[in-house]
Design a protein around this ligand. Structure first.
Ligand SMILES: Cc1ncc(C[n+]2csc(CCOP(=O)(O)OP(=O)(O)O)c2C)c(N)n1
Ligand SMILES: [Mg+2]
Length: 325
């Protein structure tokens, strides 16, 4: 990989990490309503996906995807701060503050939004893909699905239909080893989710989701395959999330050390960049500049007004505005 490409991805990963860390801090201070699941530790997977998805593609993020949402929003619309404002429940958010963490969406940035019913968009993604196919557009529809989410029945229904209709779907399976606190090998017949997908007969692959060079390369190959009209693709990212589900750590000490210290996606990329001759000062400046930008986004979110009560029911179940009684 070219040095400048890797530097760009390194910067993207810092945008994601800085976003999530600032968000976590603000959540603890009570400034972010609702629930918060962070994607800390999974930055390479998200940055790799974001780097290949165009605004004309579509992705359905999951509950840990604030980072890719922000990155896509910034890249395609130039206003990543609107994702932050959405998480703060402010009127300047991408969904006017009504979506929050799980429902931040902006189709113009390719982001079709998550759903509190985990993975239900494995069905919806087929409709977006079918529309592209019928219109003859080379667009990719991507469903980002966790290892636990794969346990839903829609997983098999979706893969089957994508296969028989040769739909342009990328299944980006984020296997972080656990669903809540259930180890993947205990919740599924195989700890490798790819084994569940292979039976549908389309292209499948796995990648170290913390290795940005490998992940970027494999996402690129998958998306090219789909754009060429070769049908769906299943790509499993092996990664690990820093955040447990409940307070306290339930995972073995050695496992935590391995993923947080020895296999951290940003530290790994930092080492590769230094071996390519990039100065540590430049790498530190990259981190700092992303942290500064995120603090500006936080300030924007804090200063933004709350949604207007008179519009509380607008765009909830109906597309026209209904004045509250
Ligand atoms: C249909 C449904 N069942 C259960 C939940 C509650 N829930 C939220 S996250 C989650 C675990 C998901 O695990 P995984 O897909 O591996 O994602 P991870 O949190 O590990 O990133 C569950 C069970 C839900 N939101 N929707
Ligand atoms: Mg999981």
């Amino acid at each position: 990989m070219e040095r400048d490409t890797l530097l760009g991805l390194y910067s993207d990963m810092w945008l994601i990490r800085a976003f999530e860390q600032a968000l976590e801090r603000e959540f603890e201070q009570g400034n972010v309503p609702g629930m918060l699941h962070t994607g800390l530790g999974q930055e390479a997977t998200q940055a790799a996906l974001a780097s290949h998805l165009k605004a004309t593609d579509c992705f359905f993020p999951d509950h840990r995807c604030h980072g890719i949402n922000a990155l896509a929003q910034q890249r395609h619309r130039g206003n990543g701060e609107r994702i932050m404002a959405e998480l703060f429940g402010k009127a300047t958010g991408v969904c006017s503050g009504k979506g929050g963490s799980l429902h931040s969406a902006d189709p113009a940035a390719g982001n079709f939004g998550d759903n509190a019913v985990e993975g239900s968009y494995m069905a919806t993604v087929l409709g977006v893909a079918l529309a592209s196919q019928l219109r003859g557009q080379p667009n990719v529809a991507c469903a980002i699905i966790g290892d636990g989410t794969v346990g839903r029945g829609e997983f098999h229904e979706s893969l089957n239909m994508a296969a028989i209709w040769n739909l342009p779907v990328l299944y980006a399976c984020v296997n972080n080893g656990y669903a809540i606190s259930m180890p993947v090998g205990q919740g599924h017949a195989s700890a490798d989710i790819i084994d569940l997908a292979k039976g549908y007969g389309f292209a499948c692959d796995q990648v170290d989701g913390n290795d940005i060079v490998a992940a970027h390369t494999k996402v690129g190959a998958a998306i090219e395959h789909i754009r060429q009209g070769n049908g769906p693709y299943f790509l499993e990212f092996k990664t690990w999330r820093w955040q447990g589900i409940f307070a306290g750590e339930f995972r073995p000490e050695a496992e935590v050390k391995y993923w947080r210290e020895d296999h951290d996606p940003i530290l790994m990329a930092n080492e590769v960049l230094q071996s390519m001759g990039v100065d540590i000062a430049k790498l530190n400046a990259t981190e700092q500049s992303q942290r500064n930008m995120i603090e500006e986004w936080i300030a924007f979110a804090k200063e933004s007004p709350s949604p207007d009560l008179a519009k509380a029911t607008a765009n909830v179940y109906v597309s026209w505005e209904v004045a509250p009684k």
